[in-house]
Design a protein around this ligand. Structure first.
Ligand SMILES: Nc1ncnc2c1ncn2[C@@H]1O[C@H](COP(=O)(O)OP(=O)(O)OP(=O)(O)O)[C@@H](O)[C@H]1O
Ligand SMILES: Nc1nc2c(ncn2[C@H]2C[C@H](O)[C@@H](COP(=O)(O)OP(=O)(O)O)O2)c(=O)[nH]1
Length: 227
């Protein structure tokens, strides 16, 4: 059986994590995991953690670490036979440490995108709230303006994506991401990609992953349940 591959993608809001992880999932057959999608599924299913998470998201806050780890780590532990790429987790050092004690990551992709580019992209970002599908009016517009391609339901612009909220969000990202990035750097698994266009960054990510994702293996790795 092929050796499993576990990766995380990090970057400020609008840096292209969702867009790039979708491409990676398609090209390399990894399962794409998104903390935001996972929370939305839990909210829709009315689980205890979902109900709790909702109270934070509605106030524009990060979900507390213990709720996030309770939601996500059991899911990762189940994925003993899948290679995966995680988008949106870890978002704090405490989450990174919890993930660390659960499984060994092979690689972390960090996206480093200029502020002006993020601002332009997010002011053009529209989402379908029920599914989390993301559109950009210039880069990947919906087939019908203002409507989700699959359900036909209306798209919305999140308050968070409006320019007035963005400066604070980016500052917050920088503060909390720095120690996580330092941790992964010290483990020798961090790969940073800088640029203003996803299509120009993608070939570098593609060639890095082509060298890292093995097609055959000697061992099977597992996420170990937390004590
Ligand atoms: N790892 C996490 N820790 C805490 N809260 C989280 C985490 N991941 C998601 N959330 C919560 O869920 C919400 C939606 O997350 P999601 O990643 O879909 O969108 P986002 O915050 O707009 O991110 P981005 O703009 O970078 O794609 C977040 O705003 C946050 O409240
Ligand atoms: N103009 C332009 N827009 C881009 C590019 N790459 C991604 N986008 C769009 C898609 C989204 O509407 C928005 C943010 O991308 P995303 O993949 O949702 O980012 P993230 O918040 O998950 O990190 O920017 C890009 O290279 N150019």
């Amino acid at each position: 059986m092929a050796k499993l591959f576990r990766a995380v993608i990090m970057g400020p809001p609008g840096s292209g994590k969702g867009t790039i992880s979708e491409r990676i999932a398609q090209r390399f057959g990894l399962t794409r995991l998104s903390s935001g999608d996972f929370i939305r599924e839990n909210i829709a299913a009315n689980t205890d953690a979902g109900v709790l998470a909702k109270t934070y998201i509605e106030r524009g806050l990060l979900v507390p670490d213990h709720v996030m780890t309770r939601l996500l780590l059991p899911r990762l532990e189940e994925m003993t036979r899948h290679s995966w790429l995680m988008d949106g987790f870890p978002r704090t050092l405490a989450q990174a440490e919890a993930l660390n004690s659960t499984c060994d990551l092979d690689l972390v992709i960090s996206l480093n995108i200029p502020y002006e580019t993020l601002k332009e992209r997010l002011s053009d970002r529209w989402i379908h709230p029920a599914s989390g599908r993301v559109y950009n009016m210039g880069f990947n517009p919906p087939h019908v303006q203002g409507r989700d391609d699959i359900s036909g339901e209306p798209l919305i612009q999140q308050d968070d994506d409006k320019p007035e909220a963005l400066v604070a969000r980016l500052r917050h990202y920088k503060d909390v991401a720095k120690p996580i990035i330092d941790l992964y750097k010290s483990k020798g698994i961090l790969h940073t990609f800088s640029g203003t266009e996803t299509d120009r960054i993608w070939p570098y990510i593609n060639s890095l992953l082509s060298t890292k994702i093995p097609s055959t293996s000697q061992t099977d790795t597992q996420c170990i349940p937390m004590p």
